[in-house]
Design a protein around this ligand. Structure first.
Ligand SMILES: Cc1ncc(COP(=O)(O)O)c(C=O)c1O
Length: 486
């Protein structure tokens, strides 16, 4: 059943809300050429029709509250509802960002303490919670790396090294910051090829961007060697901490030799990831980079906190007002409720769950890189594609019919027909076993009834969409009888 738009459901004269009759003159001060000639064409619906419309739409979509969501690299774990309640507390939710510092001491304290907690988790000296996404954190961190080199009058450092397996935002952020990108390949273990890296390092390199575990779900075992090689040529190490869910409380990016790190609070720290909702990508840095952090910071003046705008070497401000404050609040609530041991346990379970699935799915798909994984692992559906014409996309579509969100497909790009599976720490043994049973069924169907997979999904609201066209030529305008959504 498809859902009609609010414009199709509209009936003239229906209202969801009755405004009192205005007792002041309307629009008198507006110049005539700015006034509307006709009233806007808005949908007219009762409150009940509106509520039912949106409830039906909600039922047609999928979320982690409905079922397993093993979307690799995205950490779609369950986020405790209690943190939404904290974020909805009136004293926080109704603050205005232009209020005077002395009226927002609680909010300043949350941001200051969260920065300190994230500093402890990453081993860094200080940071900022301003950036609003992972990619925004990358951009901020790279600007700091650039400012650091320029402050030392080291103008030749224009290159950023990025592994071929990196998340797409890494090269994009480096390009946006003005660096030229140099790719470093992975070796046959799926790790950075240090022999090639050695040949790339010289006085024109500003830094390297790495995530550890990398996007194949593998821990970069040579990280200490890599850090020493990069530092000895005068460059810095940027840590894409979006995969922090795998290592919290066990190893700190600063101890691995990184100089800058961003964290995706909307993956690891209790804000849902995906759906384009608000996120936060705070960055943390080592002591020598502190002067370059964005302003304002937060400083303690006696027994009060205030915004601190002073710092001549700062790269400036990177977000409007305070960034996504309520996401920061959720993260702080998460850190407090979990505690050190709880965060460590979360990471242990994320790695355990991934390895449990990896071991139980052994033999079903080809694994391009063998051995233990961290919080996620990558398999390839290449042999099914070659033998039966059934690829990663077809397995994914069949999973939808079985109440499971598909894993990430076709990423990382270096693995053909990739399926990237990240169960996260919040899934139970029963849910993991149910996933294995379903995957075994689909693997069986791939050879006995490939057509079933090729025709899937059969039971979803919409069947196969032209995803390329939807992404490249999105139609965001829907018109009926002259009424349009845009
Ligand atoms: C490894 C990695 N790096 C960077 C990002 C980018 O984060 P964002 O989507 O918030 O910009 C992601 C997103 O999931 C990621 O998985």
């Amino acid at each position: 059943m498809s859902e009609q738009s609010v414009f199709e459901l509209s009936k003239p004269g229906r209202r969801g809300y009755a405004y009192p009759v205005s007792d002041v003159p309307v629009g008198q001060d507006l110049p005539a050429h700015l006034r509307r000639k006709d009233p806007p064409k808005l949908p007219e619906l009762s409150e009940l029709a509106t509520v039912r419309h949106f409830s039906r739409l909600a039922r047609m979509s999928f979320g982690v509250d409905y079922g397993l969501y093993p979307l690799g690299s995205c950490t779609m774990k369950y986020n405790p509802k209690m943190h939404n309640e904290v974020a909805a507390l009136e004293g926080f939710a109704r603050l205005h960002p232009l209020q005077d510092d002395d009226t927002v001491q609680g909010a300043l304290m949350v941001m200051e303490r969260l920065t300190a907690s994230l500093g402890a988790i990453t081993g860094m000296a200080g940071g900022t919670v301003q950036p609003s996404a992972g990619a925004h954190g990358e951009y901020t961190g790279l600007k700091i790396i650039r400012a650091y080199h320029l402050a030392r009058e080291d103008h030749a450092r224009t290159k950023m090294i990025v592994p071929v397996s990196a998340h797409g935002t890494n090269p994009a952020s480096a390009a946006l910051t003005g660096f030229s990108i140099v790719e470093v390949p992975t070796d046959d273990r799926g790790l950075v090829d240090t022999k090639v890296l050695e040949t790339l390092l010289d006085e024109t390199v500003a830094g390297i961007m790495l995530t550890n575990p990398n996007t194949l779900g593998l821990f970069e075992r040579d990280i200490m060697k890599i850090a020493s090689m990069v530092h000895s040529c005068g460059a810095l190490l940027y840590y894409d901490g979006a995969n922090m869910n795998a290592i919290m409380g066990m190893v700190r990016p600063a101890d691995m030799g990184f100089d800058v790190v961003h964290l995706n609070l909307h993956k690891t720290f209790s804000t849902p990831h995906g759906g384009g909702g608000p996120g936060a990508g705070p960055i943390l840095v080592t002591k020598r980079l502190l002067p370059f952090l964005p302003r304002p910071g937060i400083k303690n003046i006696g027994n009060a906190l205030c915004m601190d705008w002073e710092e001549r070497s700062s790269i400036g401000k990177v977000s409007g007002f305070w960034g996504n404050f309520l996401v920061l609040l959720r993260a702080y609530a998460y850190v407090l409720t979990m505690g050190c041991e709880g965060l460590r346990e979360a990471s242990r379970h994320a790695v355990l769950n991934a390895n449990y699935l990896r071991a139980r799915m052994n033999g079903m798909f080809l694994r391009p890189y063998e051995g233990l994984c961290m919080h996620e692992f990558v398999v390839s559906a290449q042999r099914f594609k070659e033998q039966y014409g059934v690829g990663a996309l077809d397995f994914s579509k069949a999973l939808l019919d079985r109440g499971i969100h598909p894993p990430t497909m076709y990423f990382p790009l270096i693995v053909h027909e990739a399926l990237m599976i990240e169960p996260t720490e919040t899934e139970s043994l029963e849910d993991l076993d149910a996933f294995v049973t379903i995957m075994a069924e689909l693997v069986g169907l791939a050879s006995t009834d490939p057509d079933h997979l090729l025709r899937s999904p059969l039971h979803t609201e919409v069947r196969r969409l032209d995803e390329v066209r939807a992404a490249k030529n999105p139609s965001l305008r829907h018109c009926i009888d002259g009424m349009c959504t845009t």
